[in-house]
Design a protein around this ligand. Structure first.
Ligand SMILES: [Zn+2]
Length: 458
């Protein structure tokens, strides 16, 4: 029996051969252009679920890799395929080559490829949990991106500019959808913007706090004027990995008398949600150490309580495991300098970096313009919560409430306020060249000229 992949114009069917069975796996609806990167699918085979996003060749590779099956490919008649180099056997190297060939032959970039590269640049998982980041508006496929425009905020004025410039994808640093929308009418500017984007087939991506947290992101840019030789820079609030370093949230120690060690070891190993059970026998006792989930913890405690061992019941120790921090990623930044600068110098450096004629300055108690500044903390945008309690000589942020400024100055900390988006926009402008490279020169990067901070000093 031949295994085959038949690719039709709008439907991709994968016929999979195993030693004892043949299954038909349907991946549909497929992109109208068979070689498009712009689709994602999930399917089941051999009682397991799979999903993939990306090009046809990647799907085949993924499928082959995850099912360890022979996949032979024959092509249908209606295919618009960029090259005929797809493998006709299950050689993994051929699949890899096919993926490379597929990507290099594309002269355009599909939305899913652009989004995946943006995620490689800064993972949306770095964003704060309250945030709303990632692809917020996605027109129906197929969807190719040729013109991307970067803006701090997506206002109606910015959208008009995008339409004039034939933009396909707007990267709006602040998410234009934050509070969930209950309707898409002409009633509010936010709703009108989303309606118009869909009508004009414009996608919206918002990175927001993922760009704040990422290494070399907004906050590293904001603190960069103060970073000199020997300076130490670190995030104020490191982001942590989404997963625990070891399975489970807790580590539990419990000591039993040496009798029945084997039986207890086996029983602990059989508890759902318990993993990595270790035992250490010293004199007449055995200490068991294991990792567990929340449910596993309940079951361990129940198991110990049901035992007749008072020693075990009194010896239980529970340690909560922390998720590991991701080095150099996190909210806000702190810089400790070897050589101090004066407050007056610091103000001039901020003005020059942000290209501003004016900033607002609150001088800390017992400080003056010639006071030495050795440590600086920054937070792009609105800094109150991120900067709260941080002990340095000076804060730089976009905005802070009156009372938070007073709290800082009372602790001898000077505060420079630059207005919200002035602490963000310069970083976005620095992305133009980086993104041109990120998208292999296939996407023209525009910076919005109508996006400005709404507040002006008059
Ligand atoms: Zn902001």
């Amino acid at each position: 029996m031949n295994s085959s992949v038949v690719l039709a114009e709008t439907r991709l069917i994968l016929r999979l051969h195993r030693a004892t069975c043949t299954k038909l796996i349907s991946l549909s609806p497929c992109s109208q252009r068979a070689h498009s990167d712009n689709w994602s699918h999930s399917w089941t085979a051999n009682n397991r679920s799979y999903s993939t996003t990306g090009s046809f060749s990647k799907a085949i590779y993924y499928f082959s890799y995850h099912t360890s099956n022979s996949v032979n490919i024959s092509t249908g008649n209606n295919i618009c395929y960029p090259n005929s180099s797809y493998p006709d056997n299950n050689n993994q190297e051929d699949f890899n080559k096919a993926v490379v060939a597929d990507n290099s032959d594309n002269s355009v970039m599909n939305l899913s490829t652009v989004i995946s590269r943006l995620n490689n640049f800064a993972a949306t998982s770095l964003a704060e949990s309250w945030d709303n980041v990632g692809l917020l508006v996605e027109p129906s496929p197929p969807f190719e991106v040729t013109n991307l425009m970067i803006t701090n905020d997506l206002t109606e004025l910015v959208l008009e500019e995008a339409i004039e410039k034939n933009i396909n994808l707007i990267l709006s640093y602040h998410p234009p959808i934050f509070v969930p929308l209950k309707s898409l009418t002409q009633r509010t500017a936010k709703e009108r913007i989303i309606v118009k984007c869909l009508e004009r087939r414009i996608a919206i991506f918002s990175p927001h706090t993922s760009y704040d947290a990422v290494e070399n992101g907004v906050n590293d840019w904001l603190i960069s004027p103060f970073v000199a030789e020997g300076s130490k820079v670190e995030p104020l609030h490191p982001v942590t990995s989404k997963c625990y370093a070891t399975p489970g949230r807790y580590r539990v120690d419990v000591i039993f008398p040496i009798e029945d060690t084997e039986k207890i070891y086996d029983q602990l190993n059989c508890i759902d949600g318990v993993s990595q059970v270790f035992r250490l026998t010293v004199v007449n006792t055995t200490k068991f150490t294991m990792n567990c989930t929340d449910r596993g913890l309940e079951r361990i405690v129940a198991y110990v309580n049901s035992s007749s061992s008072e020693m075990a019941q009194q010896s239980v120790e529970i340690i909560t495991l922390d998720k590991p921090p991701i080095p150099n990623h996190g909210m806000g930044r702190k810089c400790k300098r070897k050589q101090p600068i004066t407050l007056e110098n610091a103000v001039a450096m901020v003005k020059q970096h942000l290209q501003l004629d004016h900033v607002r300055l609150a001088i800390g108690e017992k400080c003056a313009l010639d006071s030495p500044i050795k440590s600086i903390a920054v937070c792009a945008g609105s800094g109150s919560s991120v900067l709260k309690g941080v002990k340095v000589n000076m804060y730089v942020t976009g905005e802070m409430s009156h009372h938070d400024v007073l709290d800082a100055t009372s602790r001898g900390i000077s505060v420079i306020l630059c207005d919200h988006t002035n602490t963000e926009r310069g970083y976005l402008h620095s992305l133009k060249d980086k993104f041109t490279e990120l998208f292999d020169n296939k996407v023209t990067i525009h910076l919005s000229s109508t996006d400005t901070d709404p507040l002006k000093i008059v």
